[in-house]
Design a protein around this ligand. Structure first.
Ligand code: EPZ
Length: 421
């Protein structure tokens, strides 16, 4: 497996560009199945999960053409098959996003349980998707790990999400665009990627109201046209680089091509821990901070503190003065990576699977590590850049799933990081 070799302990400085949002891109490719027209997508992060989504579209018989770096054209044809290939489905969680559009356009689909990061209890449940589809009139048959769904005509319905779910909100929202009648979704997720998807679909003829609020109303339409979609900046990359800069920044690190408005929970926290930062329209400037103070966090759905930023923040807290309680409320296994930080010298006590206490500041030392999921993987890179000595991080496919040319961008900041294929 490919790995990173990192020699840490050196302050970083310079500029780093943020890519297009992985979690926005992974919904717009499946949305291409809603239209028989051509769609053009720009600012696409060229990452493993996006390659898998493109492979899925091609497998289903749609033409995906690269126009230039980061820009793709999708000529949506007629799907030639209705079985999502298991070898692709089990590679990434967002494969579930193809199910709704397949039902909306073809009335049938077969798939196995979606894969992805090992961060959720068991196998990342999809019960919310299935109960939503059933309410739209879809017949669901389950045999073993396979799901067989079919419907003659999707009908609008009222649905309350028993749990706030980003992909379930996006899936039912986009599927309802071609259902007959009105759909009202309540207790929706409010992430910026959901707003971006709704704006795009409305530009293509959909009638969606309320995206970004807990109640979304969708009036079914006969047809969704093709259109142009520029992917929004990746707010998780932005927050991760900001924490990297706060932890190991030298004079100044400039984070570019981002949208600071999507990270108000982070800036409020930075004010409390004493990070020296300033916000521009599409950039964040982080200067060396004198003394970082420990501060508790609880992860929460947007606009709260994002669960995807919990792991880089935990690494930052190993360098802050005092004790911080990190409470991960969304996923059961997202704190397990802290045992690797402890091996590097961090002082972390696991209170229970959802809570750790970090005491800082502590010196960190290079170790041989394995990346468990993409967000923890990048956090181990931050820890390795702080640590004295050499660190080896294995299984970096997990990191390549969500970060484009990360080692190259970090070398631009002066990081000593090499990829060994
Ligand atoms: C999305 O995952 C993101 N992935 C995740 O990013 C992100 O961490 C998460 O939202 C929360 O913000 C994509 O957008 C591709 P959920 P998603 O459904 O939609 C439970 C990353 O690193 N749930 O909002 O899968 C679920 O178990 C990834 O980029 C059900 O119970 O997350 C979890 O506890 C990791 N039944 C909670 O909801 C369902 O049918 C929130 O999960 C669906 C979800």
């Amino acid at each position: 497996m490919a790995k990173f070799i990192i020699n840490g302990g050196k302050p970083l400085k310079g500029e780093i560009n943020v890519s297009g949002s992985k979690n926005a891109a992974l919904k717009i490719f499946p949305a291409a199945l809603l239209t028989g027209d051509t769609i053009e997508i720009s600012n696409v992060p060229e990452i493993e999960d996006v390659f898998r989504a493109q492979e899925m579209l091609s497998f289903l018989g749609h033409e995906v053409k690269k126009i230039k770096s980061g820009s793709f054209e999708i000529k949506s044809g007629k799907s030639k098959c209705f079985d999502l290939p298991a070898n692709l489905v089990n590679k990434f969680r967002a494969s579930i996003m193809f199910v709704g559009p397949m039902l909306a356009s073809y009335g049938k689909v077969k798939f196995s349980h979606p894969g992805g990061c090992v961060i959720g209890a068991g196998t990342r449940p999809i019960d919310l998707f299935l109960s939503g589809f059933k309410k739209m009139g879809v017949k669901v048959k389950i045999s073993g790990k396979n799901y067989f769904l079919n419907v003659s005509k999707l009908k609008g319905m009222n649905f309350f999400f028993s749990k706030v779910s980003v992909t379930a909100t996006e899936s039912l929202m986009m599927t309802a665009c071609l259902a007959s009648g009105e759909t009202i979704l309540k207790n929706c997720a409010m992430e910026p990627e959901i707003v971006a998807l709704a704006n795009y679909l409305n530009d293509c003829g959909a009638k969606i109201e309320g995206a970004g609020t807990p109640i979304i109303k969708i009036k079914g339409v006969k047809k969704i046209k093709g259109g142009k979609y520029k992917i929004i900046p990746d707010r998780i990359e932005t927050g991760t680089f900001a924490m990297l800069a706060a932890a190991i920044g030298g004079d100044e690190i400039l984070i570019k091509n981002c949208n600071p408005n999507h990270l108000e929970a982070v800036w409020a926290l930075f004010d409390k821990i004493g990070v020296n930062y300033s916000l521009g329209k599409n950039e964040v400037k982080i200067k060396r901070s004198k003394k970082l103070l420990a501060c508790d966090i609880t992860t929460h759905e947007y606009p709260g503190f994002a669960t995807d930023l919990q792991s880089p923040y935990t690494v930052l807290m190993t360098q802050a003065y005092g004790s911080s309680l990190i409470h991960e409320t969304i996923y059961d296994r997202r704190l397990l990576f802290t045992d690797m930080l402890t091996q590097m010298g961090a002082d972390i006590i696991m209170a229970d699977p959802h809570r750790v206490v970090v005491n800082g500041p502590t010196k960190l030392y290079g170790r041989k590590l394995v990346s468990p999921d993409l967000r923890a993987g990048v956090s181990l890179i931050i820890a390795a850049l702080i640590a004295k000595g050499k660190t080896e991080i294995d299984n970096i496919y997990q990191i390549d799933r969500g970060y484009e040319k990360l080692d190259k961008r970090l070398r631009n900041l002066g990081a000593d990081i090499k990829r060994i294929d």
